[in-house]
Design a protein around this ligand. Structure first.
Ligand code: BGC
Length: 427
């Protein structure tokens, strides 16, 4: 836009540094389509059961059940299938990200494509991801590459997944292969996504494959094997390129005690176990702390629950101010730069997204004024996608996708985000 003297360059009230990265994130299983991994098998076996249980799970006061019940009651909703066909349409999707002025994009590699059988690597899959990375660079978008975002090759799952030390050996081979193939083109790496969510859902609560219920297995995976996987990957990447920037994506919650006696002690315990065990273990092996923020958690007596005040479409309470608390806590403990590797909401009608984005960015700014070095913000997600055991009905995208035609439509909030990016801040 041509500036005239009547349009002076007004500095936004909440101005961000020039080097700040703005963008969004996706993960392979949720957008690519055409997968053959531990989730694809599980989805087919459980679609009927998930659809039958959906009314009980989601017909609650904080969820707009009437809006999504047709989808939620349909077993096809729970099968990732062609997803949003991002594997074939990544160029078109990155054209959109470029149009929206994004400067960073986080995506994950699908291990099951790269190593479909133990020790057998598929060069075509590596070439594909090389093209993905080049497509981002050519649009001036900095790639951030995630190595593990919840989906595993079937053969890894069969050997015990992240509860087996065998997996660490396979992981090191996979990471070395990937870093040899792609490492020259990638600066920002995210090793593992949300170790605590993955371990809790897969091995403690039994919601996700392989649906086990063992606190010990969950603890072993979250507090032992996944930190080791991160450290091994960190070393492999740094050996290849000492200047690479390596972190993990940790989902931290804003814990609040609501009782007077037991809860404050429990709050400390919850903050330690939920937010810091993993980060403490990898503290010497990260260039930035990657943080995903979605939840406030209220502790009451010996129990607790996810806050549902001011809910998004899936009933998760929206508390933008909590991110400032979490960022300051990270700064105090780790004194490292932070990248918000995910933050977003399900909102098919786009009623709340602009409000949430603005409030969350003001919270990020407040934390920066208090001394936290935040290097970037990645909205979850660029596209509507496959939301794990909930399937397709929760719509997190800046861009909506009609899955029958695969047509992409940019939501109004995405344009509002672009205005913020263009101004490098907001009022
Ligand atoms: C995960 C994403 C997920 C998002 C919304 C994060 O827990 O990394 O895969 O889609 O939150 O639930």
């Amino acid at each position: 836009m041509v500036k005239t003297s009547s349009q002076p360059d007004k500095k936004p009230h909440f101005a961000f540094p020039k080097s700040f990265f703005w963008g969004s994130a996706t993960s392979s299983h949720q957008v690519e389509g055409g997968q053959d991994n531990n989730w694809t098998t599980w989805e087919k076996e459980h679609a009927g059961e998930l659809s039958r249980g959906s009314q009980k799970a989601f017909d609650t006061p904080s969820v707009h059940w009437y809006r999504m019940k047709d989808q939620a009651l349909d077993p096809a909703n729970y099968i990732s299938g062609q997803a949003v066909d991002h594997y074939n349409r990544f160029r078109e999707d990155f054209d959109i990200a470029q149009d929206l002025k994004h400067t960073m994009h986080r995506f994950s590699l699908e291990w099951s494509r790269i190593e479909p059988q133990p020790g057998q690597y598929d060069e075509a899959a590596l070439t594909h991801y090389r093209e993905v990375i080049r497509a981002l660079h050519s649009r001036n978008i900095e790639p951030m590459v995630t190595l593990f975002h919840f989906s595993l090759p079937k053969w890894v799952e069969a050997r015990g997944g992240w509860t087996s030390a065998e997996t660490l050996k396979s992981w090191r081979n996979y990471v070395s292969k990937v870093v040899d193939a792609l490492g020259d083109d990638v600066t920002y790496w995210c090793t593992v996504n949300e170790p605590e969510v993955f371990s809790t859902f897969s091995y403690a609560l039994g919601f996700w494959p392989p649906q086990q219920r063992s606190f010990l297995k969950a603890a072993r995976s979250y507090a032992s094997l996944l930190p080791r996987a991160h450290i091994d990957a960190y070393r492999i990447i740094k050996r290849h390129n000492p200047k690479a920037q390596v972190g993990a994506a940790k989902n931290n919650m804003w814990y609040q005690a609501t009782g007077r006696f037991v809860s404050p002690i429990l709050e400390r315990l919850a903050v330690w176990w939920g937010n810091h065990v993993f980060l403490d273990k990898i503290r010497k092996y990260q260039d930035f702390v990657g943080i995903n923020y979605y939840f406030k958690y209220n502790l009451k007596g010996f129990g607790g629950e996810i806050d549902q005040q001011n809910p998004s479409e899936i009933g998760w309470g929206l508390h933008p101010e909590g991110l400032a608390v979490i960022l300051q806590d990270l700064h105090k403990r780790y004194a490292k730069p932070v990248i918000v590797t995910e933050c977003g909401l399900a909102d098919s009608t786009d009623e709340l997204r602009t409000w949430y984005l603005k409030e969350i960015l003001r919270a990020v700014h407040r934390a920066m004024e208090a001394g936290v070095q935040v290097q970037g913000f990645l909205y979850w997600s660029l596209l509507d996608n496959f939301e794990w055991d909930k399937g397709f009905w929760p719509q997190f995208g800046l861009v909506s996708v009609d899955r029958k035609t695969q047509k992409r439509t940019i939501r109004p909030s995405a344009r509002e985000y672009t205005k913020i990016i263009a101004a490098n801040g907001l009022d």
